[in-house]
Design a protein around this ligand. Structure first.
Ligand SMILES: [Zn+2]
Length: 245
């Protein structure tokens, strides 16, 4: 028995994190027609870290908010949506230029899905040779999808210079991407393109604009708390004061 356990443990370790195919893509209902999907990527330290995206299903179609980080999950996500909801994804919008938001843009464009980013995000993707969207938005924009509508909002610089949030007013969902940190962490995360001082101002801008959303979706880890915005502010202020001494 011990030997078997050892072999099993070894096998799991030797094959990476031991994730089965099903665990590479986790879909969690959020509210009504909204679902959170989670895939996993390597943030650069050899480990696997979860990234959250979202999708909306209407009676006619489905819309993706950000693309999977895991490049093996672009098609499985489309297939899962087709199987679960009998709907095709027709549109995808990415909320900043990092690969945990944009990795699948080229793939989805090839599949005939209408892909969108802001012009600012596109400029950065062009500069970094990243996958670019087919369509660009040039300022805060409202999209109508079936009986739903959502607006894009640029709060100012933060996690990245181009980060936007999405607001689904009818259901009071603030989709924050990596701009908003989970209460599961006390770290501001990847700061390679961040501006802490501006980020603090930008979070306050979002708080003043959208008040207290019923749901605040974070780019990584748990989105269950309604306090993610104020928690992000706390993390940023602590980081700023610790680093200004
Ligand atoms: Zn991220």
């Amino acid at each position: 028995m011990r030997t078997i356990l050892f072999i099993l443990t070894f096998f799991i370790c030797a094959t990476g994190i031991g994730q089965s195919d099903a665990q590479k893509l986790i879909i969690t209902p959020l509210t009504k027609d909204f679902y959170i999907y989670t895939t996993f990527g390597d943030p650069g330290n050899g480990s696997l870290y979860p990234a959250n995206g979202m999708y909306l299903v209407t009676s006619q179609c489905a819309v993706l908010f950000d693309t999977p980080w895991d490049t093996t999950q672009f098609q499985p996500l489309l297939d899962s949506i087709q199987t679960r909801h009998n709907q095709k994804v027709i549109m995808c919008i990415a909320t900043h230029f990092h690969s945990d938001r944009t990795a699948g843009l080229h793939y989805y464009k090839q599949k005939g899905i209408k892909t969108y980013t802001t012009k600012h995000t596109d400029d950065l993707l062009k500069e970094k040779n990243g996958p670019r969207a087919e369509f660009l938005i040039y300022g805060d924009t409202t999209f109508n999808v079936g009986r739903y509508a959502f607006e894009t909002f640029y709060p100012g610089k933060g996690h990245s210079p181009d980060n936007i949030v999405l607001w689904f007013g009818r259901d009071s969902i603030l989709y924050g991407g990596c701009f908003i940190k989970s209460i599961e962490t006390n770290s501001p995360g990847n700061l390679s393109d961040a501006n802490i001082t501006e980020w603090i101002r930008s979070i306050e801008n979002v708080q003043n604009t959208f008040g207290n959303p019923a749901f605040t979706i974070t780019g990584h880890q748990s989105w269950a708390s309604k306090k993610s915005l104020s928690h992000t502010l706390k993390i940023l202020k602590e980081y700023k004061s610790a680093n200004s001494k």
